[in-house]
Each structure stands twice: as C-alpha cells, then as structure tokens.
Design a binder for this molecule. Structure first.
Ligand code: ATP
Ligand code: MG
Length: 575
C-alpha cells in the first residue's frame, strides 16, 4: 500500500475525553473513529488489525472443531421471554420495536438464538456434541461507555456455544476452549492471566475470565502469593475469621452521640473495628421498576460488602437493587441512618455475612438516633433471613485455597468461558433422546472474546510515548519503507524496488511516498507502530539503508539486500 494513496488522518492530539494511552493512540493514529458515545468505526489500518485478530480466533476455534455460522444481531423478544432474560438483562439490553410495535432487541450475546437452533434441530443423541461460533457485532447500552473500544455500546465479539450430552462432555468442551483461549491471547502478544470468575447474569456453574494485565483495567483480580489461586475480586471466596469462644455478655444500649460511621463509633467506645457490625441499606425493584422491598446487609465493621455476592445471595439481577431512600426505608423498617443495627429492624430482608455468626459481643446500631447496642450476638439477639459470604476479599486477607495473604492487581477482561449447564436448555426446552429413548436436557457452555477490546488491550500493553508498537501477528502491515527525499529519483526507485520485492515475498508492506518532511514521516511511522521500518535516505546511492525494529531504540545501516532478507525472515518468524 502506498501512503500517498491511503486515506489516513493522524492527529497530533486526541480529544480530552480519551484518558487511556491505548484509546489516545488508536484515535491519534487514525485507526478508529468515534461516531457517538460508545459507537466507533474502524479505519483501514485499525480494521486490518481487527481482521488479524479475528483470523487468529478463527484458526483456533476451527482447530478444536468449532463450526462458524453468522446469526443476525436483531433478535425477537419472545426468545428472551422464553429464557427469562427479557427482564433479568436489564437496561443494558438495547430494545427496539418494529413498525407494528413488535419487540426486538439488538443482541448483547446469543445464548437464546443458539439454544433456539438446538431446540428446533436436535432430537437425537447422535446429533451431539456440537460446537458453533460466530464473529459478529453486539450491542449493549452500557451505563458508562468509555475507554474507546474497551467499553463501547457496539462491539465485535466472537461468541461460541458448546452443546453436549452430559457434564463430562461439557468439561471436555470447556477445557478445549480454555486451551484455545490460551493460544489465541498468546498469539496476539498479550500478557494475560486466566482467573476464576462470577457467572453473572448469564447463569450456570463455573467460569474463567482471561484478563490482560494492565494498571488501567476495569477488572480487579485477587491472587495468592503462595499458591496459584487467582479470581476476580467479585467472585473470590473469603475465609471467615474463626468463631470466638468468649462468653456472651448482656446486651446493652449505650449513648453514642454523633457517631455515624464505624470509625467514629469504634473510636468513641474504644473498640477495634472488628468488634463492630456495619449496616448497608438497599431497596429492590420488580419487573416494572417499582420498589418491592428493602434489604439490610450486615458485615463486620472492617469488611466491605460485595455487591455481586449480595445479589447472588438474594437471587436477583444486579439492576434490581440500589441504595435505599433512607427516609422511606426508615418509615417502613425502623432503620435509622448511621445508627442501623440488626436488632429492632422489621419488614425487610436481613442478609448477614457468614462471619458474623461466630463473632461474640459486637457493637451495632440501635435503630435509634445517637445510640448503639453493645454485646450483640447472632442467634440470641438477631438472625438473618439469609446467611452467606457477602464480603470483599481484600489485599492481605487469607487465600481461600491455602491461607497465605492475597494481593490485588488489575486487568482488562478480554474473554470469558462459562459452563452454563442446563440453564438455557431447560428454560427454553432444548432436549434430546438418549440411547434408551429417555429425554434429557442438552448441557451447554458459552465462550466470548471481545475482538475490539483485545485489540485495544494489545495497544495498552505495547506502546511507548511515541506511539503503538504492534506485535507482528496483529500489526496492520509488517513493514514500512520510508523515502526520505521524494525529489531524489534514486531514493524513490530504490524504495520502490524494496517495496516490490517485499510484496512479492508475501510481506505486507507500506511505502511512505508522501511529499512530507522526513521528520513527519518518522513520527507517523512511530505512531502507527509498524514493526519494521526500512528508511531509504542519502546512503541508498551507496547501497545502504537504515533498518529499524519499532520495539528497539537503535537502527542499523545495512546493505539493501540484507535489509530485504532480514525483513522477510523476521516477518515469517513472528507473524
Ligand atoms: P464486562 O464485565 O467487562 O462488562 P461482560 O462480563 O459483560 O464484560 P461477556 O458477557 O463475558 O462480558 O462478553 C464477552 C466478552 O465481550 C468480554 O470478555 C469482553 O471482552 C467483551 N465485551 C463485553 N462488553 C463489552 C463492551 N461493552 N465493549 C467492548 N467489549 C465488550
Ligand atoms: Mg464477563
């Protein structure tokens, strides 16, 4: 490709809203283009990288027996009503109506559509197992679209679905997929880690996220300093502190003026935060968005409440809960802002963190202004409607597997694998008959990769202050040949012959033949991040050109033939 013919618009500065280095660089290099909040297009160079990533995914999916299909983004509401997700998916589901008023959505994912294929087509065990995938555009009306392709409202996803006879079959499909994901992200040049994850709105049992390590990532990961435990903080189990064997003391109300926070009350009474109970107040909503109840959650004063664990314990979707309007909750349940405790609350669901059950003589709000209770004990003074682990695993806490202290790090979730089990086959009726003519539900798994998010994660991990440094495997072009002086005919003809020789060898090459100053061309080449640059300048007449890898600081002056050979060799080794 000749740059003089390419539609390319690079920017000196990115718009203010771009804060992530990868977002800034993709915009500045003209690889992506914003159309509206969370809606992006891919320009020529960006789209070439996208297609390379898609191709890597395709090869690895085909390698484990996946069959590629392509379904529509437009999905009828009935399918989502069948699975129960028309409500559960919440406001992220992009709902549309046709001219007759019939409901549709723009698919955020395709479990319903793929399960529908199976429920219609499969009758016998002989038709299973099967694994289908597509690379297709998804829509999610995210509350806060941001970070460019990382969290957008329209994005390309590879989604795969496995259909097996039983759990054993699912385990094999899951492991095959896990292996393929490992290879895909390795081939894309990412530094990543698979971590245990929550199943979220998709449901099912067992899941891993593949996370590209990055300080700006939106996923927080807890990992063990001793064993190989790694999980998203949302899903990581916590180890309860051992139960106390203290004697229960008599419960007592004490005057604690103005002590609304855990710190204040602990200070005032001279207690450790571990001897207090923290209250969190919520309200829940029904399918019409009407408030249908209140929830009070209690954790030990030094702990934080984990919202994902809380909604899982309540068995409601994440969007069906929010912090309570305290006045309304106070009227209905007797809670008092800043002084709420489990004793004396009524007409609300009480969720108690499992650790509190074994703790003795704790301090909690008295549900009365400026008062707390001391010596509060589970079982004697209060009980929970639900007792569950609802706390956040913090840095320094014990590893749930081996007890060593855990650490936190951040990452970008580029892919996720789920064991769905029979959730969709049962809710939507996808059954087969086994050898004995017994009817059984198909056992499913689903597996997603964000293609654009992967591309941006690559840039996030591979750049410097001048621009992108593409790994060869996903670079838009392999080599850029830069002509220093366009009015020097010899330079032009040498550069053109290098360009042609490389093309003939199957190398993807750009020729910077624009009538621009050399400095501009070098800056653009660095910004675009093409892995190899061959510069044809004043030494070309003596048979030498400058050879430089984008990832290295220094260039070398070498013979033209050697530059061509080296480039071909490096491309073939790394592509
Ligand atoms: P997140 O927790 O980041 O919202 P998710 O768990 O909702 O992601 P999945 O439903 O597992 O995502 O979707 C599969 C993949 O699609 C994700 O691993 C991610 O790479 C990509 N993806 C999800 N949401 C977006 C988005 N809004 N923009 C770009 N890519 C996305
Ligand atoms: Mg996910």
């Amino acid at each position: 490709m000749k740059l003089s013919k390419m539609h390319l618009k690079t920017l000196r500065e990115a718009p203010n809203e771009a804060v992530l280095p990868s977002h800034i660089l993709l915009l500045r290099s003209g690889m992506i283009r914003k159309l509206a909040s969370g809606i992006y297009g891919y320009m020529h160079l960006g789209y070439r990288s996208i297609r390379k990533i898609e191709q890597i995914i395709r090869e690895e999916m085909d390698g484990i027996g996946g069959q590629e299909i392509l379904m529509s983004a437009v999905q009828p509401a009935e399918l989502w009503q069948d699975s129960g997700r028309w409500f559960d998916y919440g406001p992220e589901l992009w709902r549309v109506k046709d001219r007759k008023g019939a409901d549709f959505c723009l698919g955020p994912t395709h479990e319903e559509v793929f399960t529908d294929i199976m429920r219609t087509d499969v009758t016998s065990h002989k038709q299973l197992p099967v694994s289908l995938y597509q690379i297709q555009t998804k829509y999610r009306d995210e509350v806060r679209p941001r970070f460019g392709l990382m969290r957008s409202r329209e994005f390309i996803m590879k989604d795969a679905y496995s259909f097996d006879l039983d759990e054993e079959g699912l385990d094999k499909s899951y492991n095959d997929m896990y292996g393929a994901y490992d290879r895909i992200f390795t081939r894309c040049g990412l530094d990543f880690r698979p971590v245990e994850a929550d199943n979220g709105a998709i449901g099912g049992s067992g899941s891993h996220e593949f996370t590209a390590l990055s300080e700006y990532g939106e996923s927080e990961i807890a990992y063990c300093t001793e064993c190989d435990m790694a999980a998203t903080v949302e899903s990581a189990d916590c180890v309860d502190d051992p139960a106390s064997d203290e004697e229960m003391l008599a419960i007592e109300k004490v005057h604690t003026p103005g002590t609304k926070t855990i710190e204040e009350v602990a200070d005032f009474l001279g207690l450790d935060k571990k001897q207090t109970i923290k209250a969190l107040l919520f309200e829940t909503y029904d399918e019409l968005g009407q408030r249908n109840g209140f929830v009070a959650a209690f954790v030990r004063g030094d702990r934080d409440c984990n919202m994902i664990k809380l909604v899982n314990a309540l068995d409601i979707p994440e969007h069906a809960i929010a912090f309570a309007d305290e006045d309304a909750m106070s009227l209905a349940t007797g809670c008092v802002g800043g002084f709420t405790g489990p004793v004396g609350l009524h007409d609300c669901k009480i969720v108690v963190d499992s650790e509190l059950v074994g703790m003795k003589n704790l301090c909690a709000g008295a549900c009365e202004v400026d008062h707390h209770m001391i010596n509060v004990n589970y079982g004697r003074d209060y009980e929970g409607d639900i007792v569950a682990d609802i706390k956040v695993l913090k840095e320094g806490d014990k590893c749930p597997c081996c007890g060593a202290p855990v650490k936190h790090t951040r990452g970008i979730e580029v892919g996720q694998v789920f064991k769905l089990g029979t959730k969709y086959s049962e809710s939507m009726g996808a059954y087969y008959k086994d050898e004995n003519q017994q009817t059984k539900p198909i056992v499913m798994g689903c597996y997603g990769i964000g293609v654009g998010r992967t591309m941006q994660a690559v840039v996030e991990q591979h750049h410097d202050d001048k621009g992108i440094i593409w790994p060869m495997s996903v670079a838009p072009y392999h080599v850029i040949v830069t002509i220093v002086k366009m009015n020097d005919e010899e330079q032009v003809s040498i550069a053109e012959s290098i360009y042609e020789r490389l093309q003939a060898a199957g190398v993807e090459v750009m020729l910077d033949d624009r009538k621009e100053r050399a400095g501009v061309k070098f800056n653009d080449a660095d910004l675009l991040g093409i892995p190899i640059r061959i510069t044809v300048g004043r030494d070309a007449a003596q048979g030498s050109v400058e050879y430089k890898l984008r990832r290295d600081a220094d260039s070398e002056l070498i013979a033209i033939d050697e530059a061509v050979e080296r480039a071909i060799k490096t491309v073939n080794e790394e592509k």
